[in-house]
Design a protein around this ligand. Structure first.
Ligand SMILES: [Zn+2]
Length: 293
């Protein structure tokens, strides 16, 4: 069992802790399949919301919070039945706008895994305004069920009435819909092609600049982040922060990065080169490789 989760297990019902411990492998990054959820339910005797709320300490243990020391854990529930955990992240000693919230983390986790629709979110603290706005970007936001400890389950509409969302700007697509921008780039560099693939799957209806980053580690692993735009602009999740958050979920230190490749569209209203370089410089001496297509 991964020692990252020792404290989390001590906060859970014993039967559930015993059942989930073997699933917490050294590379566990917060993904539980529908089959694993069923097994946990059978072995723990917990069902639905009871089970999801009881699993939150595992998600919160994925956080990296050197500034706030406030651990937020979240489960995003895919239509497939799989669960994608997320947790908050801050960059040590750096401006707070680099922060990723637990809900953003869980949603991006599901999106990167190919999930097309979320049916619910379970969080250990009420979602902040920023996250309520971020969740509004999803295609089924009106029916998205929010589960919190000690608060009745309600849909996102209840938590964000009179919302301003994509439809107010004439956008019909939603985050997770799976649009492919179809950009191409001549390069036989596998990391560049991976960043291109992810940029094509990014969500940029407002900036019209699809973008993604691919980070390679000393071990040869690759972590990616896609741009997730937002109708209210500021709650958008930049590609670099999404990729760093994916590393964090897996417990990989940022000092392991050996290459960073950004690919972005060249016909949009914005560029991510400067902001990505800045974020990278806060955690690594690696130079950003940037491509436009
Ligand atoms: Zn938040």
């Amino acid at each position: 069992m991964n020692p990252r989760f020792t404290n989390a297990l001590s906060q859970m019902p014993e039967a559930l802790a015993d059942a989930v411990a073997p699933m917490l492998t050294p590379r566990f990054a917060g993904h539980l399949t529908a089959g694993q959820i069923e097994e946990l339910s059978e072995k723990s005797g917990l069902n639905g919301s009871e089970l999801f709320l009881a699993l939150l300490p595992i998600a919160a243990a994925l956080a990296y919070v050197p500034i706030s020391n406030f651990y937020v854990g979240c489960l995003a529930h895919g239509e497939s039945g799989d669960i994608y955990m997320g947790a908050n992240m801050e960059l040590s000693g750096e401006a707070l706008f680099h922060s990723v919230h637990a809900e953003q983390s869980a949603i991006s986790h599901a999106w990167l895994a190919g999930e097309r629709k979320l049916v619910g979110m379970t969080v250990n603290a009420p979602p902040c305004g920023h996250c309520r706005q971020f969740m509004t970007e999803m295609n089924n936001n009106e029916n998205l069920l929010i589960r919190l400890p000690n608060i009745p389950e309600k849909t996102l509409n209840h938590f964000l009435p009179f919302a301003f969302g994509p439809a107010d700007l004439g956008i019909e697509e939603g985050l997770l819909d799976g649009k492919d921008y179809g950009m191409t780039l001549e390069s036989d560099d596998a990391l560049v092609q991976r960043a291109l693939k992810e940029a094509n799957l990014s969500y940029a209806p407002y900036s019209n600049t699809p973008a993604a980053i691919a980070l390679e580690t000393k071990e040869g692993d690759v972590f990616v982040g896609r741009y997730a735009g937002n109708a209210a602009y500021n709650p958008s999740l930049p590609p670099m922060q999404m990729a760093l958050n994916a590393m964090m979920r897996e417990g990989i230190g940022f000092d392991q990065i050996v290459r960073a490749v950004l690919v972005e569209g060249s016909n949009g209203h914005v560029s991510f080169v400067n902001s990505t370089s800045n974020a990278l410089a806060t955690i690594s001496s690696v130079e950003l490789e940037a491509y436009q297509c």
